[in-house]
Design a protein around this ligand. Structure first.
Ligand SMILES: [Zn+2]
Length: 343
């Protein structure tokens, strides 16, 4: 477990909102205008898609200022192959986040790549891909971070714009909840509660900056349950899944099947946080505000953005200064945990 030097005992019970009780976390701000960023050079990788099982090659390319993140299906001819990575283009949220363009072309499982781009502060990039799904790599964002670091990052002339949250927006679905509240920087608090001993209740607070993202959540892998594999395959999902790209919880729920164990003792909530970073990156610009997710997933994260943008009084665009915070990330000690971490 990470020792941030901050006691986690101060967190209230699951589901309680503490977003407005943290102003002192952001006292270290030094506003100054910052510029948009893109990749210095193009870089490629090849891998299998988690759900399609297809082998695909993907190339991350630099893009002009104000382009945003664009997917381009290079196996499809014409301008219908271009799909902006935006919340309004999300077309499927079943165990992944997919986007579709106006003419029907889709790219699936974009969330870990989107998280890596957001985590590294990349505003503009074109993602060429020769098939329908982003390669899953090892199931985390770390391989994409590595690609971005290898390609290099350059600043552009245009200042970075951000979406400033002006009032609380809450989206609910049964006992699941996702919320955005005003804040002077982007931070996330995610809570999960699974009945299996291998997961239990876990909680994470992440101040969103590149160093925290890289150290605390980028290596957390996607996860699934052994007893759900057959149903996933029947639904046409998870065909490329394996112990090389996902943590699999055994049928009894008390242990993981992966030989190496977990990368973080609370890898599950860290992955849910990574997913939220990726899903919220589909806002189209960095968020200035606090996200709080309780048992949230791709569907709820996207609904939250739809609810946000449907209320014109809930947000405004601002030129982003240096609002990153050095507040430490915090994690709960997972409860009812029966699996020892491998590292
Ligand atoms: Zn994920």
């Amino acid at each position: 477990m990470f020792d941030s030097g901050v006691s986690f005992e101060s967190f209230p019970a699951i589901g309680n909102d503490v977003s407005e009780s943290r102003p002192t976390m952001f006292s270290d701000l030094a506003p100054s205008v910052i510029r948009q960023r893109t990749l210095k050079s193009a870089i490629s990788c090849t891998g299998v898609g988690l759900h399609s099982g297809c082998k695909m090659t993907m190339t991350l390319r630099p893009a002009a200022a104000n382009t945003g993140i664009l997917f381009r299906r290079i196996d499809i001819a014409g301008d219908g192959s271009v799909i902006p990575a935006l919340w309004s283009n999300v077309s499927d949220t079943r165990l992944n986040t997919s986007v579709s363009g106006a003419k029907g072309a889709s790219v699936h499982t974009i969330e870990h790549l989107m998280a890596a781009l957001a985590g590294m502060g990349i505003d503009n990039a074109i993602i060429d891909i020769n098939g329908p799904e982003v390669p899953v790599m090892d199931g985390s964002a770390a391989p994409f971070l590595f690609l971005i670091e290898c390609a290099g990052i350059v600043e552009q002339q245009a200042p970075r714009q951000a979406i400033k949250i002006l009032k609380r927006v809450v989206t609910k679905d049964g006992d699941k909840r996702a919320m955005l509240t005003p804040g002077r920087s982007f931070s996330l608090r995610v809570e999960i509660d699974f009945p299996m001993d291998a997961i239990g209740r876990q909680e994470c607070f992440l101040p969103m900056n590149s160093a925290a993202f890289k150290a605390e959540v980028s290596r957390a892998r996607t996860f699934g349950f052994e007893q759900e594999v057959a149903a996933m395959h029947a639904a046409g999902l998870g065909k490329g899944g394996s112990l090389d790209n996902a943590v699999v919880i055994a049928s009894g729920g008390e242990k993981v099947l992966n030989e190496g164990g977990l990368r973080y003792v609370d890898e599950f909530v860290r992955h849910k946080t990574l997913d939220a970073v990726g899903d919220l990156a589909l806002a189209g610009a960095p968020i200035l505000g606090h996200f709080h997710g309780v048992r949230c997933g791709h569907a709820l994260n996207n609904r939250l953005l739809r609810d946000l943008f449907s209320d014109r009084t809930a947000w405004t665009m601002v030129e982003l200064g240096n609002q990153q915070t050095t507040a430490p990330a915090m994690f709960s000690a997972p409860q009812r945990l029966a699996v020892a971490a491998s590292a």
